[in-house]
Design a protein around this ligand. Sequence first.
Ligand code: SF4
Length: 335
Amino acid sequence: MCKIGIPRGMLFYDYYPLWAEFFEELGAKVVVSPKSNKEILNSGVLSCVDECCLPVKVFHGHVDYLKDKVDYIFIPKIISIRKMEYCCPKILGLPDMVKFSIEDLPPIIDTNINLRKNSYTSSKYKKAVYEAGKCVIKNSSKIRNAYKKAEESYQRYLYLLSKGVIPIEAIKMYNKTFVDLNYNSKKHDMSIMVVGHPYNIYDEYLNMNIISKLINKGIKVMTPEMVNKDEIIYYSAQLPKRMFWTYGRRIVGSAFSLIERDEVDGIIYLSSFGCGIDSILIDLIERKAKNKGIPFTLLTLDEQTGEAGIDTRVEAFIDMMKWRDKDDFNISTLR
Ligand code: SF4
């Protein structure tokens, strides 16, 4: 049986259910690299160029883990996933970067996904799906049917995200017949938005498990993937200039939406050291939060980041929010 490796990094939390179901429907065995860990980070740092951001380095580590265990590794070249928008150049250059950085790789399935001028129903996208599927089977109608089934699973996954289930949990649940959607609906005294690119906010090793730590403190956690798409479009359109990075639009639109609708008590931005796009997004969100009096903090992740440092910053942020609540009506006129 043909084995397809899917690295647990970069856009894994966006698309894993779609592509895993697709390859499995075609009869392949899907092998996923384990959760990020010290060995994966170290091998990624060693194989990737120094200038790259942390998630790209970790992605290299995931590929390195898979390379001797599978027949193919699936690393699509994702140029655009929405009309008139682009992904970060490091996302679209991912398959090429990997090929030139890691030796002895099995063949890479580097299908081009470019929806800048096309839609998911366009012949160009169908061709891309066929390109990916033909590594396993040549029959185009079987590839078409497998993709159709995979899309159904993917819609269930997106539905779970829209109901407030975080991707790490939704991946475990999306193909179950019964799902408890009361999962994230408890009453909370405080809600915090953890915002940033999905590979930063959902990789538990990179961010020192920040989402679980907040949930364990009884805090409701919101992420960009939980905000309604129409809200994201509406609020990101408030920017004076159109945001042409798809993830940038999602991040800014979701944060603006929660801030404007008064649905968060505080915002934690998780960024990777050296991310050019984040340097713009952070500023936009921080200004909006300040205007509305919502506490904002930035945590920057790199390969040197220590857990104790992150924990201390998060604890201090929560304490500050609690004191602020308690002393809200007791502010000196002199400030
Ligand atoms: S958006 Fe930032 S973190 Fe993401 S791949 Fe590009 S540079 Fe790296």
